[in-house]
Design a protein around this ligand. Sequence first.
Ligand SMILES: Cc1cc2nc3c(=O)[nH]c(=O)nc-3n(C[C@H](O)[C@H](O)[C@H](O)COP(=O)(O)OP(=O)(O)OC[C@H]3O[C@@H](n4cnc5c(N)ncnc54)[C@H](O)[C@@H]3O)c2cc1C
Length: 437
Amino acid sequence: MPEAHPKPASERTADVIVVGAGPAGSATAYHLARSGLDVLLLEKTAFPREKVCGDGLTPRATKQLLAMGMDVSEEAGWLRNKGLRIIAGGHRLQMEWPELASFPDYGLVRRRDDFDEQLARQAEKAGARLHERCNVGEPILDPRTGRITGVHAKLGGPGVLSKDMTPVTFHAPLVVAADGNSTRLSLKMGLHRREDRPMGVAVRTYFQSPRHDDDYLESWLELWDRRGAQDKLLPGYGWVFGMGDGTSNVGLGILNTSSAFGELDWREILKAWCASMPEEWGYTPENMTGAIRGAALPMAFNRQPHYTRGLLLVGDAGGLVNPFNGEGIAYALESGAIAAETIVQAHGRSTASQRELALRAYPKVLKETYGGYYNMGRAFVKLIGNPKIMKLATERGLSHPLLMRFTLKLLANLTDPRGGDAMDRIINGLTKVAPRA
Ligand SMILES: Cc1cc2nc3c(=O)[nH]c(=O)nc-3n(C[C@H](O)[C@H](O)[C@H](O)COP(=O)(O)OP(=O)(O)OC[C@H]3O[C@@H](n4cnc5c(N)ncnc54)[C@H](O)[C@@H]3O)c2cc1C
């Protein structure tokens, strides 16, 4: 690992400013610092801090953690999972993660308060300068070009009154928005959410449970809207992820492609679902160890462009959640690595126009990597928004193990690009021919 940047030009200037130290921001800062760039990583909270999440990591995310040099051993407190268990239509199907050259054959589980802190510390170890309790506000713009040249921030929150916070400015020729779904920075740069992309909502809580050390991620495809004369299946799924610490993370995610979206109380649906589970699992109100909390899942590139006027968008800020399965961490980590690689190449160019040319490649690489796949995901979420199709899929699908293996690879985006099996070739072929919008 190269030495941490020895002498930053000044405490408040850098080659790159990364706003937000979630998975996307920490991955970006880690890879930039490893390449020798001087990076400021600005985070409004202080670690450890809660983040509403299912805490589940597929092999896709695991691969990125390995690429960041993280120790993901069980001795270091990680719970490994072997695959996915799907429950629907009276069936229960357990499938191992596929054996691939491109991805490990295990996933992980870790609470986000601890997980996000570990990633941020890894970025710090690589040389990134992390400022916690640093709330970024307005971008600083060059009045002539409209390019971002830094950010205004306030030091001291959360818990500190706004009047007692210290205003500061940070300067860099490039800024990365890694500030999550609400991405105030992107909004201030005029980048609004695209309404033509699917959006999900997810809620979760924790229970003390004997199922805490389950070594499969579990997904329930039947969530019901029971308000009308006829029960309707909702497009989404419920999950039960053992945390290995005496608790299970239990939650659900629903897509906005059903007519019921916006009318339903997700917390009530979660409570009703938990009440329908076997009592011995312990998913009862008295075993709940935290409040039910929820947040949005921004999917399928719902904010674009991913590069404009010195600002790059990574992770949820760029709407990178996978519409097929609601997974966001792997894509946050991967987009961080892609953004960092782009910036490193731009940084090494000798003229401003050459640098700009290199930076404009970032949205193109994202589209090449995910565009076709996300577009297929958009068609998929429209289809399952129809309760009849969702019902047919859950009732019939699970009785075909081969079809379900294919579905697992498709939904978790786990194929080998080269030399894979017939299923890999079909999925890769489809994502290549699908438009990349
Ligand atoms: C209920 C739920 C369950 C989920 N379950 C899973 C799952 O099991 N697996 C999975 O892969 N994905 C899951 N996701 C999605 C996943 O949580 C996100 O995709 C992921 O956190 C995105 O990472 P990020 O770094 O882009 O954003 P975030 O994790 O949101 O990080 C953004 C960071 O920016 C900071 N920040 C924000 N504003 C500012 C500011 N103004 N100044 C400075 N810092 C700022 C925040 O404090 C935060 O630390 C789930 C989401 C929800 C809501």
